[in-house]
Design a protein around this ligand. Structure first.
Ligand SMILES: [Mn+2]
Length: 337
């Protein structure tokens, strides 16, 4: 993701002397329950952020919380994270919404198409690190820091400010969430990410992290990889790969993660079909490539661009249902990281 806006520490305290974590918690006083939502196909940064805020709210306010799952968790490492940490995620379509809920969105922003919440849903808070502009009018609490590599770093900072003890499971999720966002090269991290990593490291279960990072892969991963290797061609500093039928949309991302390591290219694109959708995934290995933004512009021309894409040199994917052959209708497109 981009680190383009300054976030001086002086902004952390309001004129009333309140830190952002104070204002976040104060704003929840009237809620009877806090429901945490994130982007579709939640990644470790989303999962860790929801878990961290859930713990913060329960520890400081004693209010019940709900951690939701929008769409599926498919990437092997992400599924391992859910299993190993035994995360209790409620599918978002099964939430019994109540008027006394406060809905907190993490790692995403309203009406960017990255989530399946109704446009009219009233959000209490948006906490994110992407610089994708969402519709934030009327949201009482907004904390978006695009100078951070991960939303988990921001959530860790809240917990440090509030002096809340972080249980091992929560620390492990936060640490892994940050790690997945900042380990690419060029490394998209700032001092606050490193501060959070240092704080969490002694608290986290490193064996669990190793288990998640080395998750076992399904046979379909290797089948997709084989097809991608056989179909790849190089154009200048770009490698393009195609997979006819992706068993999981995340396989496209896994393929570009491998291809971008190839020394003869700076860009890797993988396309494939998952169910009735075109999936595109892009990686760039050069500084300030803004691959996500580029992809978003490409997909935006085809229909509703949904994706963020704040990881310029990292993951991004586009889903575009194929239009019926007899019409000229534009397909909807989605992009996610
Ligand atoms: Mn993130």
């Amino acid at each position: 993701m981009a680190r383009r806006s300054a976030d001086p520490e002086s902004c952390t305290r309001s004129s009333a002397g309140l830190r952002r974590s104070d204002r976040f918690l104060i704003g929840l006083h009237e809620a009877e329950r806090v429901v945490l939502v994130s982007h579709i196909n939640p990644d470790p940064d989303s999962l860790g952020s929801m878990l961290g805020l859930s713990h913060l709210v329960e520890a400081r306010l004693g209010k019940p919380t709900l951690i939701t799952r929008d769409g599926l968790v498919t990437r092997a490492e992400n599924r391992a994270m859910v299993d190993v940490l035994n995360l209790d995620l409620l599918p978002i379509e099964e939430v019994d919404w109540r008027s006394t809920d406060a809905i907190v969105m993490v790692d995403s922003q309203p009406n960017t198409g990255r989530h399946s919440l109704a446009e009219t849903t009233d959000l209490h808070a948006v906490i994110d690190h992407h610089d994708t502009p969402g519709e934030l009018d009327g949201v009482p609490f907004v904390d978006i820091r695009s100078n951070l590599g991960a939303t988990c770093s921001l959530v860790t900072k809240y917990m440090m400010e509030q002096n809340v003890a972080i249980p091992e499971k929560v620390a492990t999720a936060l640490l892994y969430g940050i790690e997945t966002e900042v380990t690419g090269y060029p490394r998209e991290a700032g001092p606050a990410d490193d501060e959070a990593l240092l704080y969490l490291y002694p608290l986290a279960d490193k064996d669990m992290i190793a288990q998640i990072r080395n998750a076992r892969l399904p046979q379909s991963h290797f089948e997709s990889m084989l097809q991608a290797l056989q179909s790849s061609f190089i154009y200048d500093r770009l490698i393009i790969s195609w997979v006819d039928s992706l068993a999981q949309p995340d396989h496209a991302a896994e393929i570009v993660d491998l291809m971008i390591r190839f020394e003869k290219v700076d860009w890797a694109v993988c396309g494939g079909i998952f169910e009735d959708k075109l999936i595109l995934s892009v990686r760039a290995s050069i500084e300030d490539a803004r691959a996500g933004e580029l992809l978003r512009q490409v997909v935006g021309k085809l229909g509703r661009a949904v994706g963020t894409i704040a990881e310029p040199a990292a993951a991004s994917a586009c889903r575009a249902p194929r239009p019926p052959p007899s019409t000229n209708s534009s397909p909807n497109c989605a992009a996610d990281s």
